[in-house]
Design a protein around this ligand. Structure first.
Ligand code: XIL
Length: 379
């Protein structure tokens, strides 16, 4: 963790220089309140960036997804910089925005947030080089000619990683590559058409492997130590079919030498269900045994808001947020990022009918009980 802090410090100095219908956690069990096994990694003299920016003492990338449009809102900005040390950009680094027509890159909107993060000494996660969401993949990429597409994807990776070189600590190289219900690779789009940018069959992962090799080549050329990640939802719980399928692919990549540094558990959770914490821990352990990192990359805990949110519900939500942070600390993970800052701007109500209130700050930017609990663990 000290190394991470030093790297972050050096980096910041150098820089100043849809289909989430599956209930992710369907096993109910009593909440565990496991104490962290490891002591906080506290320095007597924490690096300046921690003191200067109200950062946490453990060196955890504690972050939130940001929409550059809202950075004009002072409360949005201050809530971000006062409470978090890391950003990820919610949409604007996705393929269709960065390369709307072939060969024409447009980094301007994403750069607004990147520049803001650099100015304020925040770290940045890169999301995402390859993702399947139909409207966030440009039509020109959908040729169904996989060797042509592979070249186009490699060109995209090279340009985007080069543009952001030295500013991003981890890239989501690929995201959500598996079909729900663990039927293999996502070879169908969200409308059910038998086609996706990932694969022309549900077992052929060659385009995705090639993306990792390309990203590795680019980072080496750039002498950039950015980490390369594969992420998904419903992949956090050992024994869950999709999580086990996800693991089996990653394991085969590691055995074959595919350059991957870690996996992201998005953690879009449904607060009506208690996560299976022990199998989340066991899942992390098996990735660590493979030599890979695990990051929590898109946490939100959606609640049934049809009758408002009761204190009991807020407490349940807070317990889940807290336990996820306990896991991060106990397993020495380096990243705890929520998918947004405030309930005022969250994708949840638009995606899950009747659900909302998923983030740590409410619509008025007041910290909720979950924030208090999480921050207590990392101050
Ligand atoms: C979501 C955004 O939050 C929405 O604004 C957008 O309309 C669709 O994408 N998993 C991911 C994210 O990896 O990129 C998704 O973000 C949420 C689910």
């Amino acid at each position: 963790m000290k190394k991470l802090i030093i790297i972050s410090l050096l980096l910041s100095l150098y820089i100043s220089c849809d289909s989430f219908n599956i209930l992710i956690n369907d096993v109910e069990e009593p909440l565990q309140t496991t104490e962290p096994e490891t002591e906080p990694d506290q320095d007597e003299n924490p690096p300046a960036y921690i003191e200067d920016h109200n950062r946490n003492s453990r060196g955890i990338y504690f972050g939130a997804a940001v929409n550059p449009d809202y950075l004009t809102e002072s409360l949005y900005k201050s809530t971000l910089t006062d409470n978090f040390n890391t950003i990820v950009i919610e949409n604007d680094m996705k393929f269709s925005y960065l390369q709307p027509s072939e060969g024409n890159f447009n980094f301007s909107k994403a750069d607004t947030a990147v520049d803001y993060a650099v100015e304020t000494g925040m770290s940045i996660r890169g999301h995402v080089l390859l993702w399947h969401n139909d409207h966030q993949i440009p039509n020109w990429l959908k040729s169904k000619n996989y060797s042509k597409m592979q070249n186009q994807i490699e060109t995209h990776i090279e340009n985007v990683m080069t543009h952001y070189s030295g500013k991003i600590y981890a890239w989501d190289v690929a995201n959500e590559i598996f079909l729900d219900n663990a039927q293999g690779l996502r070879n169908r789009n969200l409308s059910g058409e038998e086609y996706s940018v990932w694969a022309n069959s549900n077992t052929d992962d060659s385009v995705i492997r090639a993306a990792f090799y390309k990203a590795d080549e680019v980072r080496k050329d750039l002498e950039d130590d950015v980490k390369l990640f594969l992420c998904d939802y419903s992949n956090e719980t050992l024994g869950h079919a999709k999580a086990d399928l996800f693991y089996s692919y990653v394991e085969s990549w590691v055995n074959d030498g595919v350059p991957i540094d870690g996996v992201g558990f998005q953690m879009h959770l449904d607060g009506r269900y208690t996560p299976d914490y022990s199998n989340i821990r066991a899942n992390i352990d098996r990735y660590h045994a493979l030599g890979l990192e695990v990051q929590f990359t898109e946490i939100d805990i959606r609640m049934d808001v049809s009758d408002g949110l009761s204190d009991d519900e807020l407490n349940i939500q807070a317990d889940i947020y807290e336990e996820l942070m306990n896991i991060v600390i106990e397993k020495d993970l380096d990243t705890y990022i929520t998918w947004g800052i405030t309930d005022k701007y969250s994708w949840i109500p638009y995606t899950f009918s009747g659900m909302g209130g998923a983030l740590m700050f409410d619509e008025e930017y007041t910290p909720k009980k979950c924030f208090d609990k999480v921050i207590t663990l990392i101050e």
